[in-house]
Design a protein around this ligand. Sequence first.
Ligand code: SF4
Ligand code: SF4
Length: 202
Amino acid sequence: MLAVQIKAKEEILPLVSSKRIFIFECLGCHDVYYPVEEAQKLIDSIDQEIVGRATLDYLCHADYDREYIKAYAREIERAEVILVFSCGVGAQVVSSLLDDRKVYTCCDTLYLAGFQGLTAKEFDCDQCGECYLNYTGGLCPVALCSKNLLNGPCGGSQGGKCEVDPDMPCVWQEIFDRLAGLGQLETMDRLGPPKKWNVSPA
Ligand code: SF4
Ligand code: SF4
C-alpha cells in the first residue's frame, strides 16, 4: 500500500532523449493513490519511440516481474531505457532484475503508514517523497545508507561493508559498481540540491 506522485517531465525527458523506451506501470496500489491521468500525461509528452508497455499489479513482487520480463523479452531487448511507474520498491526490484539496463523511475513515493511492497525486506523504500533512484543506478541511498547520504559515500566503507554496521553492504559501493557497469560513472559527479526533508517522514 503505497502512494506516489508523478515526477515533472523536466526531470524525465532529458533521461530518455533519443532513446527507445519500454514502460512498466504498476497498478497494484491503484486504489490507494496512483495518479493515472498524470502518468498518461507524462507518457504522452515523450516524443521517443515506446517499444512496449507492461501494466501489472504488484511490480514489487520479483517473481511477477521475472514472468513479465520473459513475456516482453523482445521489446525489452530493443529498449535502451526502461521507465518505471511505481513506488520505490517496485522500481528497485526492476532495476535489480535488469541491472545491465538503464532503469528510471517516473514517481516519487509519498509517506503513507502501512504495508510496504511485497519484497520490502530486500528493497526498502522510506517513502521520502523525492526519489533519488534515477541518480543512483536504482539503489536507494535514503533507506539503505546508514547515514542517509545522498551525494556519495562517507569514506568509511571497508571491503564493501558499511562502517556503521559491518553486516550490511555499503550501498554507495553498490551504487558505484552498478553505475560503473552501466557506463554511467559520471553520474557520481552530480551534486544534488539539498533534500526536501519536509516531504519525508524522516
Ligand atoms: S529515494 Fe528511496 S526512500 Fe526515497 S522514494 Fe526513492 S526508493 Fe523511496
Ligand atoms: S559506509 Fe556506505 S552505507 Fe555505510 S554510512 Fe558510509 S556510505 Fe553509507
